[in-house]
Design a protein around this ligand. Structure first.
Ligand code: PAF
Length: 283
């Protein structure tokens, strides 16, 4: 596995691999089974797999966990090597965002709601870094997890709007045995918080069950989901919503494909999850 830290180095490498089918997995490191499954998807469908590890300061708001975000450098390298990654791109913040850096990429409508409300500059940071990475790596396919569903839609939109010649591939959320979606932030949870954290998935499942039983009134579905989380005084619900799966508009009636999305705060840990579900067809 090659490790390249400089932008010029990556550009030179890319020129030498013009005819390769490149699969790309952008990450912030602290790799877990979720990332590894993205890498496995990329290895299956592409001749050459590139992973980037960059804890992107632009996507963290003031007071968020940028400084304490886990950076297990050696084990991340080993995991990439073992997974069959061809190139690991590991830029420094100074080179990626030099002092006179002035360009931000913003996807307007999709970025403003849900995660965007709680974290107003977050998606601008994500779309700026992802645009830069896609320009550098020029992958045929870029692999992203469904866990960050809004991020996935925002990135799809930016690829479409900016005519970037890359296919965004959605890969399923990887979960612990009790349903908790894997996230690098799970390692911040205490043992007790860890037990409570799984209730976000339970709540979303309750919503899915209601829809599969024919419920269409979103307020009733939401209150069923809220009931699960309200059992835990340590959990603050940031949002629990039933949305159109493409626009992320909040619905009042379930119709077509919907996404049940939730975000909670446990202590100072922010967790998100979602499930996609199709409304029952009227007979
Ligand atoms: O999902 C992540 O890990 C990050 O938001 C991403 C896409 C690597 C951009 O920094």
């Amino acid at each position: 596995m090659h490790i390249i830290k400089s932008i010029r180095g990556l550009q030179a490498w890319r020129r030498k691999h013009e005819n390769h089918k490149i699969g790309f997995v952008p990450t912030m490191g602290a790799l877990h089974e979720g990332h590894l499954s993205l890498i496995r998807h990329a290895c299956k469908h592409c001749s050459t797999v590139v992973v980037s590890i960059f804890v992107n300061p632009l996507q963290f708001g003031p007071g968020e966990d940028l400084s304490r975000y886990p950076r297990p450098v050696k084990s991340d390298q080993q995991l990439c090597r073992d997974a069959g990654v061809d190139l690991l791109f590991w830029p420094s913040s100074q080179e990626f965002y030099p002092q006179d850096f002035q360009t931000l990429v913003k996807v307007h409508r999709l970025s403003q709601r849900w995660e965007g409300e709680a974290r107003p500059t977050h998606f601008e940071g994500v779309t700026t870094v992802v645009t830069k990475l896609l320009c550098l790596v020029r992958p045929d396919r870029c692999y992203l997890g469904q866990k960050d569903y809004q991020q996935l839609l925002v990135i799809k939109q930016l690829v479409q709007d900016l005519n970037i010649d890359t296919t965004i591939v959605r890969c399923p959320t990887i979960r612990e045995a009790d349903g908790l979606a894997l996230s690098s932030r799970n390692r911040y949870l205490s043992a007790n918080q860890r037990i409570q954290a799984t209730s976000l998935f339970t709540a979303l499942q309750q919503g899915v069950q209601a829809i599969k039983q024919g419920a269409t009134n979103v307020w009733a579905i939401q209150s069923r989901m809220q009931k699960v989380l309200k059992k835990y005084p340590g959990i603050k619900i940031e949002y629990l919503a039933v949305c159109d799966a493409k626009s992320l508009d909040q619905l009042s009636q379930v119709k077509g494909e919907v996404v049940l999305m939730g975000a909670i705060q446990i202590g100072n840990v922010h967790l998100i999850d979602n499930i996609l579900v199709k409304a029952l067809k009227k007979s």
